[in-house]
Each structure stands twice: as C-alpha cells, then as structure tokens.
Design a protein around this ligand. Structure first.
Ligand code: ATP
Ligand code: MN
Length: 465
C-alpha cells in the first residue's frame, strides 16, 4: 500500500475519506495507554502535528508492542477514523504495525522532552527530529523557495557565482584558503613564503565571502540577477549572529539607484515574511506558543509599516542625544555596533530602519562616493532583535573614482583588474545588496541563536556533524 503523508491524513482527510484504510510511516513521539489500548503519537516530518495511532492490544503481539518506544520508527496500516478524544480531528485505528527500527529508551537522547537548545546542538545528528527543528527546517525550505519565486516572478535571473575565488579584495583576513598543497611539505619561494604557484590553481585562492563582485558582472549584462549560495567567513567572533558558513542572497540590478535598491530590499523582505505567514502558519503557531510569544505579532507589524529611512549622520545624533551609556562610545565615524543598531530599531523608532550614507572609511571600496567626499551610498537594513539583516549599496560606476579608492586602500590591481574593466567598457549605474539567509530565518522563527536555524552550523571549533 502506498504511503500517505501525515500532513495529508490530517489536512485532507475528507479527500482521502473517513473509513478508508491508509498506510503511514514515521517516528514515535510518545506512547501512552492502558491494559487494553495503546495511543501512539506518530510524526513523519511533513507537519508539526502528530497523527494518533490507536492500537487495541488484543490484536497485537506483546513483544512487538514493547519495541514501540519514543524514537522508534514504524509502518502502520489502519483505518482513518474520526477521533474520539480531543486534540485531534482524525486518528488511525491500527490493523497492522511493523517496527522498522527500535530506539532503546536507556540511550535514546530525545527520550525526554524539554531539552535546552545548547544540549540539542550537541546532538545535531538527531535534533531535526524535535518539533522545534522540524518547524525551523520547514520554514527554511519555504523561505528558500519563496526567494526563488520572488525573483523569478519579477524577471531576475539566478546567476551562479564561484565558491572558490582568487579575489580577496573584500574580506581580507577573514577568508579560508583552499589548497591541495601538503601542509607538512610546503613549497617555498626564495623569500621563504609559501609558493602558491605550485598549488592546484597556480595561485592563492579562498572560499568566497560574497558573490557580489561577480554578481555585478551578471547585472551589467543580464540586467537583473540574484545569487543564492553559501558564503564563508573565518571571523572568530563567536556571536549569536555569525556563522563561518552561511547562505546569502544577493540581488544586483543595472540602472537601479540607492532609492530603487531600498525599495527592492523592503518589498523583498516583506514578501518573504508574508509568504511564511501564508504558507507556514502551523509551524509559526507552534514556535509562537512554545518559544516566542510575540513572533507572529512582530512579523505582521513589519509587513504593515514602512521602514524608516535615515542617514548615518542623523542616526549618530540620535544616539548621542539618547543619554544612554553604550559599551562602545558613539561618535561620527564609528562602525555601528549591534547595541547601537538595536537601540535605533527597538527603542527609538520601534520599526525596521534603513540606514544610508555611511562614512567611506568603514565601508567597502566599491560603494558609490557622495559629493561630500566623506560618505558613500551604503544602505544597511536593521531589524528588531537582530540588528543588520541586509547590507548593500549603490556601486561606484565611475572608473577614475573607483580606481582612486582601490589605490588608497592598496588593493592589488592584479586581483581586481577584471572588475575595474566593467567601468571601462559600458559602465552603468547599478545597485545591489546581500541578505543573510540565516538572519532572515532568525526573524521568521523567533530563534535567538543563529546556530539553531541551520541544520549543521559551522562556527569556531565546531564542525562535528
Ligand atoms: P555584520 O556587521 O553583522 O558582521 P557584515 O557587515 O559583515 O555583517 P555584509 O558583508 O554586509 O555583513 O554581508 C551581508 C549580510 O550577510 C549581512 O547583512 C548579514 O545578514 C549576513 N552576514 C554577514 N556575516 C554573516 C555571518 N558571519 N553569519 C551569518 N550571516 C552573516
Ligand atoms: Mn554589512
């Protein structure tokens, strides 16, 4: 008999038909009962809810029934019936049960409920079986799908940028080297440095920190593109908002200025939040009830209000006048810390904020220079409970101005010559931004640690599973 997914049994029982025999397969969440009957809560990952299996003990072998414990895996054939008990609409009256795999209650780590998030991180191989992570992982899928749908519906092309890259212009010092050289027997140059000309690619290469520079090449030929792929940063920061391997979405659009860029960012995020509310309410309701009582309210709030748009200089004035003591003192020129960003969003405006026109010293070389000679056309989107969720800018399209920044910052021309050529041949105004996928997931799940919104987090000293 073909397997029925539990989501279909629960949501579409009318189409299946009450009284029909079905086959379901899944993992046991709990087993209760008495001398006559067992109630088994079965979950197959298709939905947060469990399907109740009712087994009359008279019809089943004692030894087999003993094997059914929390965590074991079953195949059940039985009749879909209206539930007698409360808490569920339908249940399955079992006719046949097969135990695929047992889970010894003495050693199964998820035998009991209510484990801490920290403990669950230590059992990354099993935590997808918890309700929390089921919800998070279904939302993660939904958001990935919605991202592709959003861009596809608007004529953007999915543009693949390389993961292995020779340009370390952007994130100097934060990159993971990729090499096939034998670390115990490294070829050396006459000056005693590692001779990467003997390496696989004949030069030093790393894992990418962003697909943007290559993404710009796509925008300056296809018009509207986006990337969506893994990025790698060897930042040893160990915060609840940073991973060493994370996913980033980077749209890049020819002819967009910074206002178009802000409009796109705001519309994009609101679309994604709305998509989650429209398609994942079961998961959101569970997370809201069990974990973060304001989750759904916060999501609806973000959709229904315009984001504040504010210059960096005004933001600094607000922070200075706030009278609040920050760990990092505020003055014009500082890179805003998460405490500053969150003060603006959570205390002052109580809304998402798009900050623009940052000092050029704290931003990347490719951002468009303003006429004041001090600031660049950067934009960061700041969100409640998270801080920066998006970073972007209008790009400097003027060859001479870009070249001047490259020289001021001592970026080796041999690394970025191809990027500079885009400004030599048919340059155009263009803009783009990067949305951290896991930061978005923090927002739509209510989770507070970024390690809990990706199946296998990579952080300093942590790459077990
Ligand atoms: P932050 O200041 O928070 O470290 P950033 O300014 O270094 O971020 P960008 O280079 O602007 O980040 O990258 C674009 C987006 O990628 C950020 O807005 C954020 O959402 C996400 N992001 C950046 N670094 C990380 C990381 N280590 N882990 C997860 N997401 C990240
Ligand atoms: Mn940034």
């Amino acid at each position: 008999m073909k397997r029925t997914r539990i989501i279909d049994a629960i949501k579409h029982y009318n189409e299946i038909g009450i009284g029909t025999d079905i086959c379901v397969k899944g993992w046991v969440r709990t087993k209760r009962g008495n001398n006559a009957v067992a109630f088994i809560a079965l979950n197959d990952g298709s939905i947060v809810h469990n399907l109740q299996i009712v087994a009359d003990l008279a019809n089943f072998d004692d030894e087999m029934m003993k094997k059914i414990t929390t965590g074991s895996c079953l195949r059940v054939v039985g009749t879909l019936v209206e539930s007698q008990g409360k808490g569920q609409v339908v249940e399955v009256q079992a006719k046949e049960i097969e135990v695929y795999g047992t889970a010894d209650p003495e050693s199964y780590p998820l035998q009991k409920k209510g484990h801490s998030m920290e403990f669950l991180r230590e059992i990354g191989h099993l935590r997808p079986r918890t309700n929390y992570f089921g919800c998070v992982l279904r939302l993660r899928h939904a958001m990935a799908y919605a991202i592709h749908k959003y861009f596809n519906d608007r004529g953007f092309f999915y543009f693949h940028t390389p993961l292995i890259t020779a340009s370390d212009a952007e994130g100097a010092g934060e990159m993971f080297t990729v090499s096939t050289l034998d670390p115990n027997n490294l070829p050396k140059t006459p000056e005693g440095k590692v001779d990467y000309s003997k390496d696989f690619f004949g030069k030093h290469v790393s894992l990418t920190v962003s697909g943007q520079l290559e993404g710009e090449l796509g925008a300056l030929s296809l018009g509207n593109i986006y990337t969506f792929g893994p990025t790698f940063r060897a930042e040893n920061s160990n915060t609840p908002r940073h991973l060493a391997e994370f996913w980033m979405i980077e749209p890049e659009v020819a002819f967009n200025d910074i206002t178009d860029n802000m409009d796109l960012a705001e519309d994009f995020i609101k679309y994604l939040v709305q998509y989650a509310l429209d398609h994942n309410m079961d998961d959101l309701q569970f997370l809201n009830d069990m974990f973060d009582k304001e989750l759904i309210e916060r999501m609806k709030f973000v959709i229904s209000h315009d984001f504040v748009r504010l210059g960096y200089t005004e933001a600094i004035e607000i922070l200075e006048k706030s009278g609040k003591k920050f760990d990092f003192p505020v003055k014009w020129g500082i890179d805003l810390q998460s405490e500053h960003e969150r003060y603006l969003v959570e205390n002052h405006f109580k809304k998402p904020v798009i900050l623009t026109d940052y000092p050029k010293e704290i931003k990347a070389f490719y951002m468009k220079q303003n006429d004041d000679g001090k600031t660049v056309r950067a934009m960061d989107v700041l969100f409640p409970k998270i801080g920066e969720i998006i970073g972007g800018s209008e790009r400097e399209e003027n060859y001479d101005k870009l070249m001047q920044r490259v020289q001021e910052l001592h970026i080796p021309e041999k690394d970025v010559w191809w990027y500079l050529e885009t400004r030599k041949f048919g340059t155009a105004p263009h803009s783009g931004f990067g949305l951290g996928f896991e930061r978005l997931l923090l927002f739509v799940t209510g989770m507070t640690n970024i390690r809990d919104v990706i199946p296998f987090p990579r952080t300093p000293l942590n790459a077990e599973f």
